[in-house]
Ligand binder design. Structure first.
Ligand SMILES: [Zn+2]
Length: 755
C-alpha cells in the first residue's frame, strides 16, 4: 500500500506543477484572457501546499485537549491568528460568550439483578503520548443533557430512531418509565433522547456497539484504528429547533446580548442522557431479558441481544456545571481588488472534544496551508478580485456555536456581501465528498476535475465517478453517472459550520473533505489524536494536500471569476427530482396505509402471532389524502425554463472570447446573482422552528444529520400533517417563483450586455 502510494505520488507530481495548456476551454465565469491568467495562478497555488507543514500544524494544534473553555482552545486560536498575520492576512479574533455545560456528576449503575458500576472513563494507552493528559480531558458526556437522577428498568431500542419504536410496539415492548439504551449511528445523536422522551422513557444511554465502529471492522486501538472497549463518543445532544448558543437564538452571543433564562431553553434534552463505551454497555445488555431483538438490531457483542424490560434495573445520574464560556473565532481577510464588497468565505472549526487530530484538525491544517499558499501568491503579485474571508471557528462541537454566533452577528453584512461559504471539518484518505448548494454543482464538478488524486493519479472527480459506477445498483444509475456530465452533489442538512450560512442567511455552500478509505472508531474520544491520525489515517498528509488544493482552487476561482460561476440548470434538475420524490413518498404512504388496513381486516396479525413470542398489530391509520402538487409542478417547470434561458445568455456573453464578461458592466449582473440563493429563504421559516428559513434544505427534525429537501412538505408528509403539507407546497412554490424571477433578471441583464 505504501509503495503504491509513492508511485502514484511520483506520477502525479508533473501534473500538479505543469502550467495549463493554452487550448483548455475558458473557465466558467471567465473571459478567455482572464481564464488563462487564472489557470496560471491556480497551478502555482496547487504546487505550494506541503504535507510536512500540515503534519507540523497538526502536532501543534492537537498537542493538548482544546475543548471550549480550556486554556489550549484559546492558545490555539491565538496561534492560528499569528499564522494568518504572518501570511499577510488582516486578521482578528472575535469573542462570544456562550452556554457550555461540563460534567459535575455522572453515574451509571445496575442495581438489579446484579450490581455493576460503569467506569465512564477512557484509560490512557502506553504507546499514545497524549492519551494520558487526564487532568485536561473533558469526561465522557453528552453536552446539553438535562440534569437528572433516575432509576428505571432498561430497554434496548436499537438506534433509537422513530421506526425502532414502531417495531417495539409490534413486539409488545413499551419504554414508558424505562431507561433506554440505544446504539450510536443512523441519526444525529440528539434525536435518540428526544424520541425516547417522546415515548415516555425517563433516561437514555447511548453506546458504541462494536458492530458499528469497533472490532467488527478490524483491530482496535492501539493495534488498529477501531474503537477500543473503553472508547466513548462524546457529543452534543442539543435539539435542532435552532443551532448555536442556546441562550441567544437568532442573535449573536455578544457581551450584552439579551439571554434566555436557563429554564426557558427549549433545546436542552427533556430526559438525562449519557454516552458509554461497549465495555460499560456489555454487562447491562447481558442482563436484559424479554423478547429477542430482531436480527438486524443485534450488534457484535458476544451475548444475545434481548429487548427487556426485565429484571435489569439501572440508576442514571447526570449533573452539569451550566457555565458561560468565552469562545474565540479567528477571522482573517484578504481584501478584494475589484469587488471588495463580494466575499468568499471559507471555514473549519478549531475546537475539539479532546485532542481532536482528525476532528477537526485534519481539516483545519488544510485551511491553514491554503492560507499560507495565498500568502506566497500575494508576494508574487496575485490579487483576488473578491474579498476572501478565512474563518477558524470555535465551539463547533457543542452545537455549531462559533460559526452560528458569528453568522447571526454579521447576518446583514453576509446577506449583502457573501458569495459562497466553503466548509470542511475532518479529512481522511479516499474519495472527495461533494455536497452543497446545487447552484454550485457544476462549478464544484469543474474544480474536482482539476485536482489530482494522490493515490490513483487520476483526477479526484474521475476517481469518484468510477467509485460511484462501481457502487451503482441499477443500469440507469450507471448510465447517468457516465453520461450526465456533472456528478450529482449531495444536499446539506446539518452537522457542521455551514448551517447558519445555508439555512438562515441563504448563502450558497460547499462542504469538502476526503474519506472512505479510513475505518476508525476514535470519533470524539481521547484516542482521536496525533498518534492515531499519523498511524491509521492520512499518514503522509497527501490527502491533506489534496483538500487544500481542492478548496483553495475553489476559493480562488470564486474570488477571481468575472461573472459568478453559478449554473441553474443543475439546480432546476435537482428541484424537479425532489418534487418527484415527494410525490412518490405520498403515494408510498397511501399504499402502505391501505395495505396495513387490509391486513388488520384480514386478521393477519392475530393469525401470525406466535403465542410463545407474541407480536401485535400496528395501529390503524387513515390513508393520506391526495394533495395538490400543481403549484410546485408549475413552478418547477418555470424554473427549468429560466435556468435554460440563463445558460443561453451566458453562452452568448462568452462569444468573442468573452469580452462582455471582462467589461465593467458585468458587476450589476453579479449583484443580481447574489440574490438567487437568498430567494430560497422564507422570512417566516419552518413550522415550529422559525430559525430555519431555507425552504429547500433543512436538517430533518427526526434525522438530524440527514438533510430534508423541500423540508416543509417532506416533514409534513412524514409527520402526517396534511394541511401543513399543502401549505408547504404553496409556500415553497412561491419561494421558487422568486428564485426564477431573480434568475430571469440576471438573464435579461446579461442579454442586454451581449446585445
Ligand atoms: Zn468537527
Amino acid at each position: 500500500m505504501r509503495q503504491l502510494r509513492l508511485l502514484a505520488l511520483l506520477a502525479a507530481a508533473p501534473l500538479v506543477l505543469a502550467a495549463a495548456p493554452a487550448t483548455e476551454p475558458a473557465l466558467s465565469g471567465f473571459s478567455d484572457a482572464s481564464s488563462r491568467v487564472e489557470r496560471d495562478w491556480e497551478a502555482k497555488f496547487r504546487a505550494i501546499p506541503d504535507p510536512a507543514n500540515m503534519r507540523e500544524y497538526m502536532k501543534r494544534l492537537s498537542a493538548r485537549p482544546h475543548h471550549v473553555g480550556s486554556p489550549y482552545d484559546k492558545d490555539n486560536a491565538e496561534w492560528i491568528l499569528s499564522k494568518f498575520k504572518e501570511w499577510g492576512f488582516d486578521a482578528r479574533i472575535e469573542t462570544f460568550d456562550v452556554l457550555f455545560p461540563t460534567p459535575k456528576e455522572r453515574r451509571v449503575e445496575m442495581i438489579a439483578p446484579t450490581k455493576f458500576v460503569a467506569t465512564l472513563a477512557e484509560p490512557p494507552v502506553a504507546v499514545d503520548p497524549t492519551s494520558n493528559q487526564q487532568s485536561e480531558q473533558l469526561p465522557t458526556y453528552n453536552a446539553y443533557s438535562i440534569d437528572g437522577d433516575v432509576t428505571g428498568r432498561l430497554v434496548y431500542v436499537n438506534y433509537g430512531v422513530p421506526e425502532d419504536y414502531d417495531r417495539l410496539q409490534r413486539l409488545g415492548v413499551s419504554v414508558k418509565g424505562a431507561i433506554v439504551i440505544a446504539r450510536y449511528g443512523h441519526s444525529w445523536r440528539g434525536i435518540k433522547p428526544k424520541v425516547a422522551g417522546e415515548h415516555g422513557a425517563i433516561g437514555c444511554l447511548i453506546y458504541s456497539d462494536p458492530r458499528d465502529d469497533g472490532y467488527f471492522d478490524g483491530k482496535t486501538f492501539p493495534e488498529g484504528p477501531s474503537r477500543p472497549e473503553a472508547g466513548v463518543q462524546r457529543g452534543s445532544v442539543m435539539d435542532t429547533l435552532y443551532v448555536g448558543d442556546p441562550l441567544t437564538p437568532g442573535v449573536g452571543a455578544t457581551k450584552d446580548a439579551k439571554r434566555l433564562a436557563l429554564k426557558d431553553v427549549e433545546v436542552i434534552t427533556k430526559i438525562p442522557v449519557l454516552p458509554i463505551s461497549y465495555g460499560d454497555a456489555a454487562p447491562l445488555l447481558k442482563a436484559l431479558d424479554g423478547p429477542m431483538a430482531p436480527p438486524e438490531w443485534r450488534g457484535a457483542l458476544p451475548s444475545p441481544y434481548h429487548l427487556g424490560p426485565g429484571a435489569a434495573e439501572v440508576h442514571l445520574v447526570v449533573k452539569a456545571n451550566w457555565d458561560i464560556k468565552p469562545i474565540y473565532d479567528v477571522i482573517a481577510r484578504i481584501p478584494g481588488s475589484v469587488y471588495p464588497d463580494e466575499w468568499v468565505v471559507r471555514g473549519n472549526h478549531h475546537d475539539a472534544w479532546v485532542n481532536g487530530a482528525e476532528d477537526p484538525i485534519s481539516g483545519q491544517v488544510a485551511l491553514l496551508e491554503e492560507a499560507r499558499a495565498y500568502g506566497e501568491l500575494l508576494k508574487q503579485g496575485w490579487r483576488p478580485k473578491r474579498t476572501i474571508v478565512y474563518c477558524a471557528w470555535d465551539a463547533e462541537e457543542p452545537g455549531l456555536l462559533g460559526s452560528t454566533e458569528w453568522g447571526e452577528t454579521h447576518a446583514e453584512e453576509l446577506s449583502k456581501h457573501a458569495v459562497a461559504y466553503l466548509n470542511s471539518d475532518s479529512n481522511g484518505r479516499g474519495y472527495l465528498d461533494m455536497s452543497g448548494s446545487h447552484t454550485l454543482e457544476s462549478f464544484f464538478n469543474d474544480v474536482a476535475r482539476d485536482i489530482t488524486d494522490p493515490e490513483s493519479g487520476v483526477s479526484v472527480w474521475r476517481r469518484l465517478q468510477l467509485r460511484l459506477i462501481a457502487d451503482a445498483k441499477t443500469p440507469e444509475e450507471r448510465k447517468e453517472l457516465r453520461e450526465r456530465g456533472d456528478l450529482r452533489i449531495g444536499a446539506l442538512g446539518f452537522g457542521s459550520d455551514f448551517t447558519v450560512f445555508l439555512d438562515r442567511i441563504g448563502v450558497p455552500c460547499l462542504s469538502l473533505g476526503f474519506g472512505g478509505e479510513d475505518d476508525g472508531g476514535i470519533y470524539h474520544s481521547i484516542y482521536d489524536d496525533f498518534y492515531w491520525y499519523t498511524h491509521f489515517s492520512d499518514t503522509t498528509f497527501v490527502y491533506g494536500r489534496a483538500l487544500a488544493q481542492t478548496t483553495g482552487t475553489a476559493v480562488m476561482r470564486l474570488a477571481g471569476a468575472e461573472l459568478l460561476p453559478f449554473r441553474f440548470t443543475n439546480f432546476a434538475d435537482t428541484v424537479n427530482r425532489y418534487l418527484g420524490e415527494l410525490q412518490k413518498l405520498l403515494k408510498g404512504e397511501q399504499d402502505e396505509a391501505r395495505e396495513r388496513d387490509l391486513e388488520i381486516e384480514e386478521g393477519l396479525f392475530a393469525a401470525t402471532s406466535d403465542p410463545r413470542a407474541p407480536t401485535f398489530a400496528p395501529p390503524s391509520e387513515a390513508a393520506p389524502p391526495h394533495l395538490n402538487f400543481a403549484p410546485l409542478e408549475n413552478t418547477a417547470e418555470a424554473l427549468t425554463r429560466s435556468a435554460q434561458r440563463y445558460d443561453k445568455a451566458v453562452a452568448a456573453a462568452r462569444a468573442n472570447g468573452g469580452a462582455v464578461l471582462a467589461s465593467e458592466s458585468v458587476k450589476a449582473v453579479n449583484a443580481t446573482l447574489l440574490g438567487v440563493e437568498r430567494a430560497t429563504l422564507d422570512p417566516a421559516g419552518l413550522p415550529r422552528r422559525p430559525w430555519f428559513k431555507n425552504l429547500l434544505y433543512a436538517p430533518g427534525l427526526y434525522t438530524g444529520y440527514e438533510v430534508r429537501t423541500i423540508p416543509m412538505v417532506r416533514e409534513a408528509l412524514e409527520q402526517r400533517k396534511w394541511d401543513e403539507a399543502e401549505e408547504g407546497i404553496v409556500r415553497t412554490a412561491k419561494v421558487l417563483d422568486n428564485v426564477a424571477a431573480v434568475i430571469d433578471r440576471a438573464s435579461s441583464e446579461l442579454e442586454n450586455l451581449a446585445r
